[in-house]
Structures are given as C-alpha cells and as structure tokens.
Design a protein around this ligand. Structure first.
Ligand code: HEC
Ligand code: HEC
Length: 362
C-alpha cells in the first residue's frame, strides 16, 4: 500500500515538474502541409525578382504587419493600405479593409501574388517558372512530397496557395494577459487595465459594440455590412469624403452612405502593430483615443482638411466623450493587455530560414 502511495506521489511530482518547465502548453508541430506553407510564406522565391515574400509585409516581430503606414510593393510602389495583422485572421469571415467578396485565404492571396494594379510579389499564375524553381530544390522536394504524398507533380500554384493558407490557419494567439484573466488568473491584469476594461465595455464609450470579444472585431462574427464602419477619420472639404480613390466600401458599392467605411480591425496585439487605421495615418494608440474622445479627427490644413466629427456618413456611436488623463491611461492599459508577447517566441511564427541558419551556426 505504502509503495502505491509513493509511486502516486512520484508521478504527481513528475507531472508538476513537466507543467512548471513547459509554462504554457508546448506548441504542437505543424502538419506537413502547414510546414510547407511556413517555408513558402517566408520565401522571397515567391516573387518576380526574388525580393518579396508574404513575410516582407507580414513580419513576425510586428505581429505579422510591417511597421509602415502603407506597404511597399515589388518596386517600392506604395500600396493603398496599411498591412493588417494576420494572426487569428482564420476566424474572420471576410478579409481585407474593404473587399466584401474576399472570404477565403486562397482568394485573398490572389492579390499579393498575382495582382497587377500594384505589383506586390509580381508572380504570374500562368507560368511555371516559380513552381519549377521550387521543384529544383532538395528542401522543397522533401516538403512537397510530404505535404502531397500521392501527387506525381505537386509543384502547382494551387498547392502552393493551399499550403500557405494552411500555415495561416495556424497563426493563432490567445495568451495575452486579458486571456489569462479570462482563464481565471486573477493577477494577469493590473488594476489600471481592469478599470480600463470597464470603460471599454461601458455604455458611454461603446467600444465593444464594434470591437467585440474574443476577437475584438465583428468580422469574426458577422458577414454583412455591419463589419464596416466610418469612424470620422476624414471629412475632406467638409463634404463627407475620404481621400480620393480610397473611400472604403464605397469604392466597391458606389453607395454614398458607404463612404469612409472600412472593416473593423481586431484590437489584439496592438503593442506590435503600429501605425494604425486602414492607411496607417495614426501613429500611436494615444492619438487613436484622442480621435474617439473627440468623436472624429479634425485635420486643420493640407489636402485633407476638414472636421471628421461632422462627417455625415460617420457612425452615430462615435459621438465623443470626456475622459480624465488617468482614465485614458486605464483604457490604454486595457488595450495593451490584449497583446500576446508569447507570439514573439513561438517557433511556428518564426522565419524558418533564419531559424535553420541559427541552428547551423551553433
Ligand atoms: C506588399 C506587401 C504585402 C505582401 C507582399 C503581402 N501582403 Fe497581405 N496584405 C497587405 C496589405 C496592404 C493588406 C490589406 C489589403 C487591403 O485591404 O487593401 C493585406 C491583407 C492580407 C490579409 C487579410 C487580413 C485581414 O485582416 O483581413 C491576409 C490574410 C494576407 N494579407 C495574407 C498575405 C499572404 C498569404 C501573402 C503572401 C502570399 C501576403 N499577404 C503578401 C500587404 C501585403
Ligand atoms: C462603430 C464601430 C466602432 C466603434 C464603436 C469603435 N471602433 Fe475602433 N475602429 C473601428 C473601425 C472601422 C476602425 C478602422 C477605421 C479605419 O481604418 O478607417 C477602428 C480602428 C480602431 C483602432 C486601430 C486599430 C488598428 O489596428 O489600426 C483602435 C485602437 C480602436 N479602433 C479602438 C477603439 C476604442 C478604444 C473604441 C471605444 C472608444 C472604439 N475603437 C470604438 C470601428 C469602431
């Protein structure tokens, strides 16, 4: 009997050691398909001049954004928009800032890979040049045959896109202080962040009506026009317009009331994703809060002069409010508690080429 108690205690001891050492649950390895996608996502061979990969504009250190106001294409042409994070994007029903017909990762990828409006990666879908280049490499021969074991010639664009999409589905993050608090860790949030949480969910501020948990965007819940909103960033010449050729949903629907409507972005990982908004025109979170407090953005000079607060197409819910300096700091602390720093250490999120170079150097 004593022996059993002893074994029982020993097993408990081993288990608790394992839990202590691993901290969070260890990351399970990627499937062969996702592992292939992991490499392709970071490989500049997927571009016309070997300079751009998906990760050029969606880099792990910026939570899969790029730190620019607007992304740069293959020849440094300025893309229309700020690069959004793709962490947890697998939960969205629609992708991009204002393209309501884009519902799958594969469809979304067509633009950066093959789009011609602005060359982003400049690949040509009807040519085999890039698939053949991959086929000539030992690394990809292994990865493709593991991912597509029964296909004779798996080096096809469809398979490349399928693999990248599978990798994207693995980019999830639910380990922020906010998530830990939800899971019962009473010390995960500071008192300030807890006060900020109450403000965020308050009737006056209404933040949660658009940035709804757990994804902090309606785009993971709805698939209709409610996922787009005009928050009064512009009111060019006080005519209700946004900067030309970038007026949001209106560019697609030509409905005047859709002017300035962009997809509600997630608020997760904001600590890594500055600058903010569809055009990267807001540098800091403090400025974001000033805009909401004011009920829109006032631009006093330049091409985009106008008072966003009076934009006739702005959401009624963005009506402004008054917060003390301390309350603003609390709200900021809550927003930052939605950032998950464990993504910066997760091998699935790392550049596999940099990781293997590091290993080789050891
Ligand atoms: C030149 C920079 C650039 C490259 C290269 C690039 N992207 Fe993007 N990506 C962007 C920008 C900018 C957007 C926002 C597009 C828009 O709405 O106008 C975006 C949007 C996305 C979205 C939608 C996210 C959301 O929140 O809706 C996904 C997913 C995505 N990209 C994946 C990829 C993949 C996969 C690749 C490689 C095949 C790639 N991107 C290459 C800049 C880039
Ligand atoms: C009516 C819906 C709505 C409400 C209410 C709302 N937001 Fe937003 N939020 C948006 C939209 C849409 C954008 C993107 C606007 C754009 O780029 O033109 C955005 C952008 C943001 C961003 C920038 C995120 C990024 O990655 O670029 C932050 C931060 C933010 N909101 C915080 C808040 C806070 C805090 C509140 C409450 C005070 C709030 N929002 C209330 C719809 C809303």
């Amino acid at each position: 009997m004593k022996k059993f108690i002893f074994i029982g205690l020993f097993v408990t001891f081993l288990l608790s050691c394992a839990l202590n050492f691993s901290g969070n649950a260890p990351t399970p390895p990627l499937s062969p398909l996702a592992e292939l996608g992991h490499h392709l996502f970071f490989d500049t061979k997927l571009s016309a001049n070997n300079t751009k990969s998906c990760s050029s504009c969606h880099a792990p250190q910026f939570a899969f954004t790029d730190g620019y106001k607007k992304s740069l294409g293959l020849f440094a042409d300025v893309q229309k928009h700020n690069s959004p994070t793709i962490i947890n994007a697998k939960f969205y029903k629609t992708f991009n800032w204002a393209t309501p017909e884009t519902h799958t990762f594969e469809k979304q990828m067509e633009r950066p890979l093959f789009g011609t409006e602005i060359l982003e990666m400049g690949c040509n879908k009807s040519e085999d040049k890039i698939p053949n280049l991959l086929k000539s490499e030992k690394l990809y021969q292994d990865l493709f045959s593991k991912a597509f074991p029964i296909e004779k010639n798996p080096f096809q664009w469809e398979n490349i896109m399928q693999a990248i999409a599978e990798y994207e589905r693995n980019l999830t993050s639910f380990n922020s202080p906010y998530d830990k608090d939800r899971a019962g860790d009473k010390n995960a949030l500071s008192e300030s962040a807890k006060r900020g949480e109450r403000l965020f969910f308050s009737h006056t501020l209404q933040c949660m009506t658009c940035h709804r948990p757990p994804h902090f965007t309606l785009a993971a819940i709805e698939d209709d026009s409610s996922i787009y909103a005009n928050i009064g960033l512009y009111n060019v010449d006080n005519q209700g317009s946004y900067p030309k050729r970038d007026e949001g949903l209106y560019e697609v629907t030509h409905k005047i009331t859709d002017k300035g409507k962009f997809k509600i972005p997630t608020l997760r990982n904001l600590a890594f994703t500055a600058p903010y908004m569809h055009d990267g025109s807001v540098a800091t979170l403090k400025e974001v809060l000033d805009i909401y407090e004011n009920g829109g953005r006032k631009i006093n000079f330049g091409d985009y002069k106008g008072n966003g607060k009076e934009n006739p197409y702005k959401e009624e819910r963005i009506h402004g409010f008054a917060l003390s300096k301390n309350e603003k700091n609390d709200l900021l602390a809550f927003l930052l508690s939605l950032s998950d720093s464990s993504i910066l250490k997760n091998p699935i999120f790392e550049n596999p080429f940099a990781a293997s170079a590091k290993k080789a150097a050891k």
